[in-house]
Write a protein that binds this ligand. Structure first.
Ligand code: NDP
Length: 362
């Protein structure tokens, strides 16, 4: 198990998460409506950092903070090993809420634990490309004699889909900028925008990632923001006529520079602002006043509100995956012991593509 040591201030570090060994009862009581699952893949997501803040009634982001001394939880792909629930049987593959541990005892609930029906695509994709959100808070029963509240934020595939098509109102020929563009969400947004016939530019934090954007995901242009001394100038170079759509993943200085380069009536989908998650005091965005002047629409969103679109999303995306028209890069950390480093690495740009942890391959 990966245990949450205590509430975190400042940058998350590996020592905030402890590996614990315990014993597991491999049977669940008949009729208990629970199932014992073996966790195969775990999803590493930036929102998990926000669940490490000390609960504060004035901050909704802390309503679902992890409990010190207990395993952290998130999204994963798992296999049913034993079931006391009539709708789930041994061998069923599920994706949904699980603890960060080798085995979890779950109470399967529709919209929280989904049976995997399409197995002709890699199972790991259900942590990212094909993952969705759960919109319930639920009691997750673990292998230890306790329970805790668990709720999950959005997953990359649906996030990119809802954020781009619903929030950005894209049109063919428009100019699109994506930050954290090689990550779990960003790589898909860029590909969706290209499918729509947009001009697409991405920013990322290394040469390897920039190459990926241009040569694998088909972005028209890309730059390494860590090597640019002037983000405003970098954006002007890539967008001589300005930006129609900004898919915002990072916030801070990038957002400030983007606003300067937005075209009138541009749209900003505020998906996330990872550059702020480890800060005690968020950075100021100095150019916000230009939003009015340029008539820019900036809209935050949570994928949780688009759960009803999941089957539409699958119908849209599965043919593209099967035809190889959408590609998805994953960064796979091996073994539960590597999970703390994988999660921490998100906040230092160590992941190349969707970060996940393989706990077991079967
Ligand atoms: P990624 O796979 O993109 O991983 C995070 C990446 O963010 C890193 O690899 C790094 O890439 C970049 N990054 C980290 N720290 C900073 C920093 N200080 N400044 C700039 N970039 C940084 O994560 P996801 O694709 O899963 O998530 C992307 C965003 O989407 C996050 O903000 C997340 O919170 C949000 N999100 C929102 C959802 C919603 O429902 N609204 C649902 C899911 C995600 P690089 O090397 O390029 O710096």
């Amino acid at each position: 198990q990966v245990i949450f040591r205590d509430y975190v201030t400042g940058f998350l570090s590996e020592s905030d998460l402890l590996i614990n060994s315990t014993t597991v009862n491999l049977k669940v009581p008949a009729g208990s409506m629970t199932a014992l699952v073996k966790n195969l893949y775990l999803s590493c997501d930036p929102y998990m950092r926000n669940r490490m803040r000390k609960p504060d009634p004035s901050s909704p982001a802390t309503a679902l903070s992890f409990i010190p001394g207990k395993p952290i939880s998130g999204f994963g792909v798992s296999k049913v090993m034993d079931s006391g629930h009539p709708d789930y049987k041994e061998g069923d593959l599920l994706w949904g809420a699980v603890g960060w541990e080798e085995y979890s005892v779950i109470t399967p609930i529709p919209n929280l634990h989904f049976k995997i029906h399409h197995t002709d695509v890699p199972l790991s994709h259900y942590t990212g490309l094909l993952g969705n959100v759960t919109h319930f808070n639920v009691l997750v029963h673990h292998c230890l004699p306790y329970t805790f509240l668990c709720s999950l934020a959005g997953m990359p595939g649906m996030t990119a889909y809802a954020g781009f098509y619903e929030i950005c109102s894209p049109k063919k020929g428009e100019t699109v900028f994506v930050s954290a563009a090689s990550g779990a969400v960003g790589q898909l947004v860029g590909q969706f925008a290209k499918l729509m016939g947009c001009y697409v530019v991405g920013s990322a934090g290394s040469k390897e990632k920039v190459d990926l954007l241009k040569n694998k995901f088909g972005f028209d242009e890309a730059f390494n923001y860590k090597e640019e001394t002037d983000l405003n100038a970098a954006l002007k170079r890539c967008f001589p006529v300005g930006i129609d759509i900004y898919f915002e993943n990072v916030g801070g200085k990038m957002l400030d520079a983007v606003i300067l380069n937005m075209r009138p009536h541009g749209r900003i989908a505020a998906c996330g602002m990872i550059s702020q998650y480890n800060l005690q005091i968020p950075e100021a965005v100095y150019n916000l006043w230009l939003i009015t002047y340029k008539r820019i629409r900036i809209q935050g969103f949570n994928t949780i509100d688009y759960l009803h679109k999941y089957s539409e999303f699958l119908e849209f995306v599965l043919p593209y995956i099967r035809q190889g028209k959408i590609t998805y890069v994953e960064d796979v950390a091996d073994g539960l012991e590597s999970a703390p480093a994988a999660l921490v690495g998100l906040f230092h740009g160590k992941n190349v593509g969707k970060q996940l942890v393989v706990v077991s391959r079967d």
